[in-house]
Design a protein around this ligand. Structure first.
Ligand code: N01
Length: 575
């Protein structure tokens, strides 16, 4: 028999960085909260993704919280890009520093959440048979937390070990002397391949789509960054948040590759390549829009791959040709391409020789049998909606979130969903989230939600619900923001393209974290426009529209024809 539900103001799902900061922020506001976490520890992404070589790919100085002066002062990163154990230690430190663990329940999954219209509360059921009774329900479930359910024929017959990068065993692995195969060449694979290759007797990489990757140049934190941060941590954080991507990358929106001389292009790209990481993305203002400009960076990276890989045929196979640079999330690597120069590493092109089946010994492709002691699946995630979809969430009138999202996720501001009152998503679909430094997006969301709940409490309001009109307007704006760019052209997980049957829709908001933050602040300043706010029969506000659109950015004249053409074709501008 189910035990009595625990009563709390807020139930938070997930004890990653988002869930933990949410809990802390609520406590500061005098609101009670409980966190439920499926894992047996805190840390979210960094709890699960323990594969060899896992590390952050935004500089740690920026991929860390700025909300607490003490936390900032006492935590020191050992490297430019912290490795997974250090990030997990940071998560544990946050849990201890802010005494969060007493309100975090581990090893428990939220199975169902039902809105009780009469009581204006959520009734939550866990997979252990008990539940919660709460006013607010906050999904801090992460954007990349549910692995895709790839299944290969015969996989159950394989006699060796099978590992998933996203569910790596906590005791670690030792591939010494083993023949290892890895499927996938996304970020997880690109980080783990060099490390596994250095340990295993033999590593075979099964590649379906080559990916763009830039060197991390990991090492000590660059002195200039450290000095800038130490001089003014608050200012440094604010500068990071006031960017499109939530990190500083010297973005030059007004300099176009197609208007620059070959010498200037080369010097700029070389400088950014030498600095490493995502700074390459900010080199020119037209790369994300103009195919000709994108081609310039593609050619540059192709040349860099040829420089790193001794065998021209292998270099060619490793060179992306099917998508524009930046339209799938670029990878940041440490020695990835050079790994293919090792005698114990082989690249299998799955386009030339697709996998036919797994078998007891390993994998049979159309070309031949490959025998392994261990297989690694680095095959990706059901991104952005996967974790939410797997909870049986029922809003007003019993409507299921899966039905509301049948044609793709619909949200207002990536924070709320019409018909699902008092439910919030941290870095949900329709927010900048995965296109940004997640920590800065998390901070912005958590602070906005906490302010909103305090505002409601001050006015003794019981519920807040996005109006269908505001949600529709936001969805339109999300689509409008990405339409001028090349982003929708790739078969990316941003588009849901990696999950069979998932609706094709560009899920994150491409308008930039800085712009987005302004919009969210305007919505709040207008008394939460686009929301119906009520307590019982009392309706405090029912402003149905969403009018806080950002001002038009300064767009270089040369890009206007492309942008107008795409917006017109998509119906955002009259023909
Ligand atoms: O997953 P992915 P990931 N047969 O989806 C291949 C973040 N992240 O875990 O491209 C054969 O990128 C698939 O091939 P294709 C980051 O945001 C961050 O690597 O579909 N191959 C692809 O090569 C990242 O973008 C860090 O043709 C199959 C790969 O598997 C996101 O997580 C580190 C296949 C999946 O790549 C996801 O990265 C790691 C099949 N049936 C991850 N199915 C940081 O550094 C899939 N593939 C912070």
């Amino acid at each position: 028999m189910a035990s009595a539900a625990t009563t709390t103001d807020v139930l938070i799902v997930g004890a990653g960085f988002a869930g933990m900061y949410m809990l802390h922020k609520l406590r500061q506001a005098g609101i009670s909260g409980q966190v439920v976490e499926a894992g047996s520890g805190v840390g979210g992404t960094w709890f699960w993704n323990r594969y060899p070589g896992a590390r952050v790919d935004i500089q740690s100085l920026e991929y860390s919280f700025g909300f607490d002066e003490g936390l900032q002062r006492e935590w020191r990163w050992s490297e430019r890009y912290a490795p997974q154990p250090e990030l997990l230690a940071y998560a544990d430190h946050i849990a201890d520093h802010f005494d969060l663990r007493r309100d975090i329940r581990l090893d428990t999954r939220i199975a169902a959440a039902t809105w009780d219209e009469a009581a204006q509360r959520w009734r939550i059921a866990t997979d252990t048979g008990d539940g919660y009774d709460c006013r607010y329900f906050i999904l801090a479930t992460g954007c990349l937390s549910i692995p895709t359910e790839v299944s290969f024929p015969g996989i159950e017959d394989f006699k060796g070990s099978i590992y998933r990068t996203s569910r790596w065993p906590h005791e670690g692995t030792d591939f010494t002397g083993q023949r290892v195969g890895i499927i996938g060449t996304g970020s997880s694979a690109i980080q783990s391949i060099p490390v596994i290759a250095a340990q295993a007797a033999q590593l075979t990489v099964f590649q379906r789509t080559p990916n763009y990757s830039v060197p991390a140049h990991n090492g000590p934190i660059p002195p200039a960054d450290l000095e800038a941060w130490e001089r003014d941590p608050r200012g440094y954080r604010a500068a990071s948040r006031d960017t499109v991507g939530g990190f500083q990358n010297e973005a030059r929106t007004d300099v176009l590759a197609t208007e620059s001389s070959p010498e200037d292009i080369r010097a700029e790209l070389d400088r950014r390549w030498a600095w490493g990481g995502f700074r390459l993305l900010g080199a020119f203002g037209d790369t994300a829009i103009d195919p000709a400009a994108n081609r310039i960076i593609q050619d540059f990276i192709a040349e860099k791959i040829r420089e790193q890989v001794a065998d021209p045929k292998v270099a060619d196979l490793l060179t992306p040709k099917q998508h524009y640079f930046g339209t799938k999330r670029p990878c940041v690597d440490t020695g990835y391409f050079a790994t293919f120069n090792r005698d114990n590493v082989e690249l299998v092109d799955l386009h030339a020789a697709p996998i036919v089946t797994f078998n007891t010994g390993g994998i049979a492709t159309t070309a031949r049998q490959h025998d392994f002691d261990a297989m690694v699946l680095a095959t990706g995630f059901d991104a952005m909606t996967g974790a939410i979809d797997r909870i049986d969430i029922r809003g007003v009138g019993g409507r299921r979130i899966q039905d509301h999202w049948a044609e793709g996720p619909r949200t207002y501001l990536g924070l709320t969903v019409a018909g699902f009152p008092n439910m919030f998503t941290i870095t949900g679909p329709g927010s900048p989230s995965v296109l940004t430094n997640m920590i800065n997006s998390i901070e912005q969301h958590v602070e906005w939600i906490a302010d909103c709940l305090s505002w409601l409490a001050d006015r003794q309001m019981a519920s807040i619900e996005a109006t269908p009109e505001a949600e529709a307007a936001w969805c339109r704006h999300v689509a409008e923001a990405v339409t001028p760019t090349l982003l929708p052209t790739a078969n990316s997980w941003y588009m849901g393209a990696n999950v069979p049957g998932k609706p094709r829709m560009f899920m994150p908001y491409a308008g930039g974290l800085n712009t987005y933050t302004d919009i969210c602040n305007q919505v709040a300043a207008k008394g939460y426009e686009g929301f119906t706010i009520r307590a019982g029969e009392t309706i405090l506000s029912d402003s149905r529209e969403f009018s806080s659109h950002p001002p038009m950015p300064d767009i270089p004249a040369k890009l206007m024809p492309i942008i107008v053409e795409r917006l017109t074709a998509a119906g955002f501008m009259p023909a």
